[in-house]
Design a binder for this molecule. Structure first.
Ligand SMILES: [Zn+2]
Length: 303
């Protein structure tokens, strides 16, 4: 009898501990990785999109609605990155804690200087960047702002763990600051060089590290390449002596390989998301480490 009541007490204690954790849902794995850095073991984390999935077109499973229904916090990119799949899920989840403006709704783009914001909203041609370029996390300085936004929300919702969240934030920010010096040094020899991307998701990264990632296999973000457009890209690559094409895992690598054959270029697999390419599973910092070093290697191979 005594043993049974001890077990029951232990179970009650366990339930109390698990309830004390914030239940966090992040839309994409980059945001999930930063949320984990801040939340540590004080949060239960679910990431909706796979690292190999296009963040604009995530396969919205019914199980996502249940996850959102149970969540205390939603961490989303904002800037319309998830506009194609998240709003309907949020509606169906009927969770007031995650409503726009509620403390449990973290729009990570808050405080970030968005680039390529059009003066008029125009989705008529299928452009998926109608509210500006939403791929800001590959710039480590932006990752620090994301971390701050997440930490603010966690501290407000679980003040008892506030000291831990603030300490985790400082550790992450300090690590980024230290790494940034190293990353900038690694890419410094390639300042001003052109890199071709399949999709316009590397603008902020390019700006931070002095690379011109401004020629794309897609004629417009979200619009598949056409032969006429690719012919133009090949011409420009030859004129600029561009010899690296970067491709995210969910895009058509074969198209990049065709262009590479015509330009004697290298195709490099990159990802905005930890785990999207091999060797980046460790989180945000290992991901940027991989990207910086892989790019430096590819750019260093003189053609
Ligand atoms: Zn995009």
């Amino acid at each position: 009898m005594k043993k049974v009541s001890l077990i029951i007490l232990a179970l009650i204690a366990l339930a109390a501990t698990s309830q004390a954790k914030l239940n966090v849902v992040a839309t994409t794995p980059d945001l999930g990785s930063i949320a984990r850095e801040i939340g540590g073991d004080k949060i239960d984390l679910t990431v909706l999109a796979k690292p190999t999935e296009d963040p604009h077109f995530v396969d919205a499973k019914p199980s996502f609605i249940v996850k959102l229904n149970h969540a205390d916090v939603l961490v989303e990119g904002g800037a319309e990155l998830e506009i194609g799949w998240l709003p309907a899920l949020l509606d169906q989840s009927r969770n007031e804690k995650l409503a726009a403006g509620a403390p449990g709704h973290v729009a990570c783009s808050q405080g970030i200087q968005l680039l390529e914001v059009p003066s008029t909203l125009d989705r008529s041609k299928g452009d998926v960047h109608a509210a500006g370029n939403p791929h800001y996390t590959p710039d480590p300085v932006n990752a620090k702002i994301v971390a701050q936004n997440i930490a603010n929300a966690f501290c407000a919702l679980d003040p008892r763990s506030g000291d831990i969240f603030r300490a985790n934030l400082k550790r992450f920010t300090d690590a980024i600051d230290a790494k940034l010096v190293e990353w900038q040094k690694t890419l410094a020899p390639f300042k001003g060089q052109h890199v071709v991307a399949y999709h316009n998701s590397w603008l902020y990264f390019g700006d931070r590290f002095g690379l011109q990632i401004d020629l794309f296999l897609e004629p417009k973000p979200g619009i598949p390449p056409t032969p006429a457009h690719l012919a133009e890209v090949i011409m420009k690559m030859k004129a600029d002596n561009t010899h690296v094409i970067i491709v995210d895992p969910y895009l058509n690598r074969k198209t990049a390989e065709t262009v590479a054959r015509n330009t004697d270029a290298t195709v490099l697999d990159v990802s905005q998301f930890p785990g999207g390419v091999k060797g980046t599973e460790g989180g945000y910092i290992p991901l940027i480490d991989y990207t910086v070093n892989a790019l430096a290697r590819a750019l260093g191979e003189k053609k």
